[in-house]
Design a protein around this ligand. Structure first.
Ligand SMILES: [Zn+2]
Length: 259
């Protein structure tokens, strides 16, 4: 059939206790998957928008087969199998036609994030817009997973394997490598524009800032800062002082473009 892309038969989730012979006694099944919209970002060019034939033995959920093609489950929204709405947990049957759509933009929980260790600059940008972002460059995968679940945070990462962990509910895989483009992606994906509150959070340690009178900190300011700015905030934890300087103007421009 034209337009079908065939993969090699896959042996998914065969663990060490399974008997390989048992697998060969089972008939080979074929299902056809098609991904829509931005989910195609995860696929090689020749598979985008195409029906992809996938061969499998044993019981395989739609989630498992979709992830074997590279699409992490937190990115998935509507799933249709043979024209009927289904969940990712549905067991795939022979000849199933599976259509998978991206999750809709929006934020189903409070927009609080955990960022993986490569996203320090994005964390600072998001904090500048007032968003609660946990980030530490020495967090390992299992610690991150634990925090995400315990604190009900949204995982931001470029590591698809991490997003594919079963326990992860809310997450997003950043497409760009550029921190400002990543910021745009996050603001759009989670519809954050209306929630932006600049000068609410410390860029260094994520703590909410408090306003502080200029006269209290005047001796710590550079002469030009003292001359041109009157509004200041301070981090109660690390004592960093913030004012609306040139980095702020740059950020405002970025946010205006996103809106
Ligand atoms: Zn701080």
């Amino acid at each position: 059939m034209l337009g079908f892309y065939h993969r090699r038969p896959t042996r998914l989730s065969l663990n060490a206790n399974d008997n390989p012979r048992k697998e060969y006694n089972q008939p080979m099944n074929t299902a056809y998957f098609r991904f829509h919209g931005r989910l195609n970002d995860f696929l090689p060019k020749e598979q985008r928008g195409q029906l992809i034939a996938i061969h499998f033995r044993e019981r395989q959920s739609v989630k498992h087969l979709a992830e074997s093609l590279g699409v992490p489950h937190p990115e998935v929204g509507l799933v249709q199998v043979n024209g009927q709405e289904e969940t990712l947990g549905r067991i795939t049957e022979n000849e199933d036609r599976v259509e998978i759509h991206p999750i809709e933009n929006g934020c189903p929980i409070e927009p609080r994030f955990l960022l993986d260790c490569h996203l320090g600059r994005l964390a600072a940008h998001l904090r500048m817009l007032g968003f609660d972002c946990l980030y530490q460059n020495d967090f390992g995968d299992s610690i991150m997973t634990e925090i995400v679940i315990r604190e009900q945070r949204i995982l931001l990462t470029r590591d698809r394997r991490l997003l594919m962990r079963k326990i992860i509910q809310h997450g997003y895989c950043l497409r760009s490598l550029d921190p400002l483009e990543q910021l745009t992606e996050v603001v759009r994906r989670f519809e954050l524009s209306a929630r932006i509150q600049p000068f609410h959070r410390c860029l260094r340690c994520n703590r909410p800032l408090a306003p502080i009178e200029k006269k209290i900190i005047a001796d710590q300011l550079e002469p030009l800062t003292k001359l041109y700015f009157d509004e200041f905030h301070i981090c109660p934890a690390c004592k960093q002082i913030y004012w609306k300087g040139s980095h702020y103007d740059k950020m405002v421009k970025v946010v205006e473009q996103i809106r």
